[in-house]
Ligand binder design. Structure first.
Ligand code: ADP
Ligand code: MG
Length: 326
């Protein structure tokens, strides 16, 4: 009896592996976040090699663009660009230029130079700047003072005390690189996730991928499920990095105009064709708020959005509104 039970357990444990042998899945911690990659290929070894290459790419992008790593090109820019043009990889110059396009599009709600004041916050240590420190740092928050020369591949700051941080866009960029790598390996179905940013390649072999948007206060509760194929989705939330003090939540998305955490929104999700776009826009929408955020999204054909306001009400862009019968 005992024996049969053991055999049954073994068979049960093996079954999923047999059925899903061609789906490969891996997770790693890179860029200060959770990276997850799934890929399907007739030849499991091909899918495995593709995932290895995606993970290597995550480390490469992190080494280039991390502001935590003193030896990254981005850190060098932050140290030296106020003194003169700093040579950078064309890829980094291009992403900074892309970030400036988001600033233009959002009237400065998205601004990678938010970091000029952002660096004064230490969420883990519950540290935040004083009013005086914010006022002193704010003049250096000014995306128009970031000069990118794409020809020469250099970056220069036109103000002293400036810093940039690509945290609002680099994970989306890394996801897009990951999806391109899966494709180049011949993978036609897969996903690449970096924290709140996901790229979806193809479908789930006959079914769409279904991505859940979590409740801001409960990681296990889903407020909406969105079926996706060949798309990207990003969520920015006030629950990612924060501390609370006197009933106020100090979180990691700052309003560049005030140097303080953006208020009014709990989470902003954007769905679109690529993750660099959805990442930049999700951070933007968080700062813009419901009205201006939805106006921006509804004026475009290529993106949709779900915004959870601070009173818990959920807003959808036109493309996601359930059809009304009249
Ligand atoms: P995450 O997945 O880390 O929540 P988000 O896409 O929500 O990423 O972006 C949050 C990050 O964006 C912050 O940690 C910071 O690095 C950066 N950031 C914060 N405020 C702004 C802003 N106003 N403009 C551009 N980037 C910002
Ligand atoms: Mg973002």
């Amino acid at each position: 009896m005992m024996r049969r039970f053991a055999a049954w357990v073994t068979l049960f444990a093996l079954l999923p592996c047999t059925v899903y042998a061609d789906w490969q899945h891996r997770e790693a911690a890179v860029m200060g976040t959770r990276i997850a990659v799934e890929a399907w290929h007739d030849d499991a070894a091909v899918a495995g090699a593709a995932i290895d290459a995606v993970m290597a790419e995550m480390h490469r992008v992190d080494a280039l663009m991390s502001h935590y790593k003193p030896e990254s090109q981005l850190s060098r820019v932050n140290r030296e660009a106020a003194a003169g043009p700093v040579p950078v990889a064309p890829e980094l110059a291009a992403l900074i230029a892309r970030a400036l396009e988001f600033s233009e599009l959002t009237g400065g709600a998205f601004d990678i130079s938010y970091a000029s004041v952002g660096y004064l916050y230490e969420y883990r240590e519950h540290r935040r700047p004083t009013e005086a420190e914010i006022e002193a740092a704010l003049p250096a928050v000014d995306w128009r003072s970031i000069e990118v020369d794409r020809q020469a591949s250099t970056v220069r700051f036109l103000r002293p005390g400036m810093r940039i941080d690509l945290g609002g866009i680099a994970k989306g960029y890394a996801v897009d690189r990951g999806i391109a790598i899966l494709r180049a390996h011949g993978v036609a179905h897969g996903t690449v996730t970096a924290g709140g940013d996901s790229g979806i390649l193809g479908d789930r072999r006959g079914r769409p991928w279904v991505v859940g948007i979590r409740h801001p206060d409960d990681p296990d509760r889903v407020i909406a499920r969105i079926p996706l194929e060949d798309a990207a989705i990003s969520t920015s939330g006030d629950y990612e990095r924060y501390f609370e003090e006197g009933g106020v939540r100090y979180h990691h998305i700052l309003n560049p105009r005030t140097g303080r955490s953006a208020a009014g929104v709990r989470s902003a999700t954007v769905i679109g064709p690529d993750a660099t776009l959805t990442d930049g826009l999700s951070t933007s929408l968080f700062v813009l708020g419901v009205e201006r955020g939805l106006a921006l999204v509804n004026a475009r054909e290529d993106v949709d959005a779900v915004i959870v306001r601070d009173d818990g009400r959920v807003f959808y862009s036109k493309g996601l509104e359930p059809p009304r019968d009249e």
